[in-house]
Design a protein around this ligand. Structure first.
Ligand code: THU
Length: 136
């Protein structure tokens, strides 16, 4: 399948900018995300930590929550930026998967060097609403 055309560098730049907003006083591991909706809008997110450590919200999930709460549910791509191009955590993979296996994921470092993958490759053989429907 042909990869959708969109400005990958622009999305990565937005994730880098969103990372500046990260609230990560406990881990000091700052993460930024930028999620491109099919409407063309971009929703950014950053990690938001808490003194109760397990309550930290990841950047990717912050971006998804922002988009869905603005009425957007179909996505083209998500860029995520960390210092060292860290890969999205398992929880974020599952949350992205809810909205499609074909979402492109750009994983970048703080300089904007990125690699391209997709949700289906990050989370193969995933559980989804289809599994719930088939059980009904
Ligand atoms: N983090 C993210 O924001 N996204 C990920 O995919 C991995 C981890 C955040 C959570 C926490 O604030 C910090 O990075 C260290 O785990």
């Amino acid at each position: 399948m042909k990869s959708p055309e969109f400005d990958r560098e622009k999305l990565v730049r937005q994730a880098i900018a969103a990372r500046e907003k990260a609230y990560a006083p406990y881990s000091n591991y700052r993460v930024g995300a930028a999620l491109l909706g099919k409407s063309g809008r971009i929703y950014t997110g950053c990690n938001v930590e808490n003194a109760v450590y397990p309550l930290a919200i990841c950047a990717e999930r912050a971006a998804v929550a922002k988009a869905v709460s603005e009425g957007e549910r179909e996505f083209v791509a998500l860029a995520v930026t960390t210092e060292n191009a860290g890969s999205p955590c398992g929880s974020c993979r599952q949350v992205m998967r809810e909205f499609g296996e074909d979402i492109i994921v750009l994983i970048s470092d703080a300089e904007g060097n990125y690699r391209e993958t997709m949700v289906a490759d990050l989370l193969p053989d995933s559980f989804s609403k289809k599994d719930l429907e088939e059980a009904e």
